[in-house]
Design a protein around this ligand. Structure first.
Ligand code: IMP
Length: 426
């Protein structure tokens, strides 16, 4: 059972890129299974910073085959730009495989994402405006175009004409925008299709065969549990399924292959875009998290909202993903705070909720019930062993384990590959 699933347990941006990058060293395949270029991984390796949106972070390892699987939505322009940027840094992306079943993000998806967000006004979701929601909506409505369509110009054009007939009517008549030109889009996309042709593969079959040969496969989630279409804080969610179940559906593998489900969590919480955030802190602690943690979106540059670690959320993530271990990131950011707080329950109308409340109104209005824990003054960036962490930092992590009921496997204390501590088994 050599499949490892790696998921975000909060609202995305948990530092998954670093965790995948580290674990990729022991994997043969690293697979993106959902989302698109709304994600953004920052990786620091060999002294340089790399920002990836579509290509799995495993690309940095020559022995890894990176895979963009069925459940991803692909903007081919972004993909090609990324492959070129990698090439310019001497990183070969010829191994990259792309599922023919993956859907394409089309120019009208970008346009619709922008105009619908504007139309929603104060009720807007704060999307990344990368066309992700509209692309998944077309997939569900069965009018999407897929990567495999790029291999057949006639089919591609027929599907595009059909889709554009409706999209142009909406763009011009509802949103007062100019119509898009089918011939132009087809020429552009088919040319890009030629450039990615050699990467298109039956990725589910490739992975299945690899597993039979005893190879290791890592399924790398984008976004996070609370942004999941089914299990997140709907409607302030993304349009795909980042949870562990989505990893299997999105890559075409069965549950019996899975050995580990690793939940990546920050030592605090962040969120971009709109929506409820019970432990949000707009005071000095939140400001420290934001500044010291460089909490600005990799992708859109937006400032992230920051707040205290929320064990209610994490217990929920442990449940809906079936987590086997945690990977805690950015513990170093909390150094120097006099005390650290941990939310252990929500309070609403006199009742305490230790489990994530089943109704959205409660999540929106709930007050966090905090436990105050001892902080630590020491900076952590030079620590090389888990047992060299300040005692208060270790107690904080131990409290996370007690609260969530899942062991911690790794703790990250800085952006470099070397700044990750293995946690000895209890
Ligand atoms: P969309 O995925 O662009 O449709 O945006 C929907 C919601 O998900 C918005 O609140 C975004 O800010 C959020 N979101 C999408 N991708 C990410 C991510 O990679 N990290 C954090 N939030 C994200």
């Amino acid at each position: 059972m050599p499949v490892t699933i790696l998921v975000g347990t909060q609202w995305g941006d948990e530092g998954k890129g670093k965790a995948t990058d580290l674990l990729a060293a022991r994997s043969d395949f690293v697979v993106r299974y959902q989302g698109g270029n709304n994600a953004g991984h920052t990786i620091v390796a060999g002294g340089y910073l790399l920002k990836l949106q579509l290509v799995p972070s495993g690309i940095l390892y020559p022995h890894v085959t990176p895979v963009i699987a069925d459940g991803v939505v692909v903007n081919p322009r972004v993909l090609l730009d990324e492959m070129q940027a990698l090439g310019e840094r001497g990183i070969d992306s010829s191994r990259l495989l792309i599922s023919g079943n993956a859907h394409l993000v089309m120019p009208y998806h970008l346009e619709l994402d922008k105009v619908t967000e504007r139309y929603l006004g104060r009720a807007s979701l704060g999307t990344t405006k990368r066309g992700i929601g509209p692309a998944y909506a077309d997939k569900a409505a069965r009018v999407g175009l897929r990567v495999q369509d790029l291999q057949d110009p006639k089919i591609f054009r027929a599907k595009l004409d059909l889709a554009l007939k409706e999209k142009n009517a909406v763009l011009t008549k509802v949103y007062n925008r100019l119509p898009l030109d089918a011939a132009e889009i087809a020429e552009d996309y088919l040319e890009m299709g030629e450039r990615i042709r050699s990467h298109i593969a039956d990725t589910s079959a490739v992975l299945y065969r690899a597993l039979r040969e005893g190879k290791h496969v890592m399924l790398e989630g984008a976004q996070g549990t609370l942004l999941d279409l089914d299990h997140g804080t709907y409607p302030f969610v993304t349009s795909s399924s980042p949870v562990a179940g989505g990893a299997l559906a999105g890559s075409g593998l069965g549950p019996k292959e899975v050995e580990r489900v690793i939940g990546v969590t920050k030592a605090y919480v962040t969120r971009v875009g709109s929506g409820p955030f019970p432990t949000e802190d707009t005071g000095p602690a939140g400001t420290q998290m934001s500044e010291k943690g460089h909490e600005r979106g990799t992708n859109t540059g937006r400032i992230r909202r920051c707040g205290w670690f929320d064990a209610v959320l994490l217990r929920y993530a442990a449940r809906v993903n079936g987590l086997s271990e945690l990977f805690v990131t950015k513990l170093d950011v909390l150094s120097g705070l006099g005390a650290v707080r941990m939310c252990v329950a929500y309070r609403y109308e006199g009742r305490e909720y230790e489990d994530f409340p089943p109704h959205q109104s409660i999540v929106h209005k709930a007050e966090p019930v905090y436990e105050d824990l001892k902080g630590w003054a020491e900076e952590l960036d030079g620590v090389t062993r888990f047992d060299h962490l300040p005692e208060a930092a270790r107690s904080y992590l131990a409290r996370i384990v007690e609260q969530v009921g899942v062991p911690i496997g790794h703790v990250s204390i800085g952006p470099d590959r070397e700044q990750t501590l293995e946690v000895p088994a209890a």
